[in-house]
Design a protein around this ligand. Structure first.
Ligand code: GTP
Ligand code: MG
Length: 205
């Protein structure tokens, strides 16, 4: 099996870095020198079309990873990548004050493109090391309120992920693969019921 995965997220959230960290092929990226002040404040280069990498799963299966540009002026690319995608990783920069607004914008785009469909989402929370109280609870609360999965019965998986770490990014992709495989083998209603139950257990403080 081969699955296309869209990797979305704001500027500097780590999409290109994450794909480079785990790709088994040389990543085709379209990074160019940043010119706008907001991006330059964070880093020197930015993606202007997309990143393409591949993660081999060892049994012939693979994830084809397509990273979007974070800059708003390229937001039409989100839709193009989502159209082809069977799942999405949303990178969220935890150090950014507007992290939940940014996450909401990506979840809206996913909901618009995949309404009512089985579409696994994994939220990879990056840039977390400076937060001494590291807690994912605000994300769980936010997702519970929104009923953020396109199926509207369950919520996406949320994980810490340093995009520079092959181990962290691999963990994100393992969860994504498990969700993709589950959607194939379990009837939709059974999977969502099980997933919702599991989320409730894990996320109830
Ligand atoms: N400190 C820290 N740095 C990180 C972490 N994750 C990623 N980075 C760094 O953050 C920067 C992310 O840059 P990119 O990977 O280009 O970000 P992007 O999401 O592709 O950005 P655009 O293409 O501009 O939308 C890189 O310098 C990474 O090394 C993290 O968890 N902690
Ligand atoms: Mg990029």
């Amino acid at each position: 099996m081969e699955w296309n995965i869209a990797v979305l997220g704001s500027v500097g959230s780590g999409k290109t870095t994450a794909i480079r960290a785990i790709s088994d092929i040389d990543v085709v990226d379209t990074d160019v020198a940043a010119t706008d002040a907001a991006t330059l404040q964070r880093k020197a280069t930015t993606t202007v079309a997309m990143d393409m990498g591949v993660m081999e799963l060892g049994n012939g299966d693979k994830l084809r990873l397509h990273g979007a540009p974070g800059q708003d002026r390229f937001d039409f690319m989100w839709e193009i990548l989502l159209e082809q995608a069977r799942g999405a990783v949303v990178c969220v920069d935890h150090s950014h004050a507007e992290r939940l607004q940014s996450l909401a914008a990506y979840l809206d785009a996913i909901a618009a493109a995949k309404a009512g469909q089985d579409f696994p989402i994994v939220i990879a929370v990056t840039h977390a090391e400076q937060d001494t109280r590291r807690s994912l609870q605000p994300y769980y609360d936010f997702l519970r309120q929104r009923r953020a999965c396109p199926c509207s019965a369950c919520t996406p998986a949320v994980m810490w992920c340093d995009a520079r770490s092959a181990r962290d990014v691999t963990a994100v992709m393992v969860v994504m693969t498990a969700l993709l495989e589950s959607f194939q083998t379990l009837p939709e209603s059974a999977l969502h019921a099980r997933f919702a139950q599991w989320q409730k257990r894990v996320h109830t403080p």
